[in-house]
Design a binder for this molecule. Sequence first.
Ligand SMILES: Cc1ncc(COP(=O)(O)O)c(C=O)c1O
Length: 327
Amino acid sequence: MSAATHPAVRTGPFGQPFPVVYVDGRFSAEEDSRVSVHANAISYGTGTFEGIRATWNEELGELYLLEAEAHFQRLQQSARVLGLDLAPSPQDLVAASSELLRRNEVRVDTYLRPLYILEGEELPVRMHDVRPRLSIAATPFVGAYISLSGVRCMISSWRRAPDAVLPSRAKLCGSYVGPALAKSEAVASGYDEAIMLNVAGNVTEATTSNLFMRRGTEWLTPAVSDDILEGITRAQVKTLLAERTGSPVLERSVQRTELFVSDEILLCGTAALIVPVVEVSGRPVGDGKPGETTMALQNDLRSIARRADGRHFEWTTPVYGTAEGKA
Ligand SMILES: Cc1ncc(COP(=O)(O)O)c(C=O)c1O
């Protein structure tokens, strides 16, 4: 099914979700797989999730998952932080994701949503003795999540929770209320996106993407100990930047005013890809135009995601295994 022929492509980046979903090892119709209004996770956000990109390559007739195994490894780690056991291996879950995409006959850029939540109907607030459930659903991803050509950010009044309050390195359902408030505050203030500080006042990340900045010739990004999600795209950007510049990216605490004196800023994430920041809280970034390196990296990652670039085949997994598309 292509983007053009998909029956109900909605406005915005996402289309109508595909009909077949995976739940605890089985494939079924989405309407037969819904959770109860009494599910523990609905009230308390007790769960963890992932977002994985699949990119359609029309010339090769192949669909490629991007860093699927790394995402399922992070799902395992998030479950471990919650004290939950997630039995299937990351490799099993990559295979299940491919099967899901084949069963839905997906031939369009798509977003996968693995979700591991406490679906049991127990009302007490706890992580133990409530039945968990693992699902994977797929949705066409037919537009840009955020402008690919220049994002205007405000520094949010909402802070990232410290690790002692809510573990930021785990991708937890309940921990997205803060970023949702920050995003709405930014949009209501006339910006596209929010950059969040931690309670110590250091720069962390945007609402659903990590941040890199260039000062002179040096690229830096907030340290993993500064309450960020340890992004998979962040790791890719570190690799691509080191390959391009010949120098490693510096990971350290970044102060708020460094945003105002930087020469280039980019945001990166599975949904966002790699996008240039052109303004922060009313101040232009550099000369106020998208950074050259940022745009080159964006182009690199978009090509790598559909194997239109000879590099980093290890980041992608072919779904159909067509002759041309095989590794
Ligand atoms: C809070 C947050 N930071 C960063 C990212 C980027 O992470 P990734 O590159 O693994 O998608 C995401 C997206 O998942 C996110 O939700």
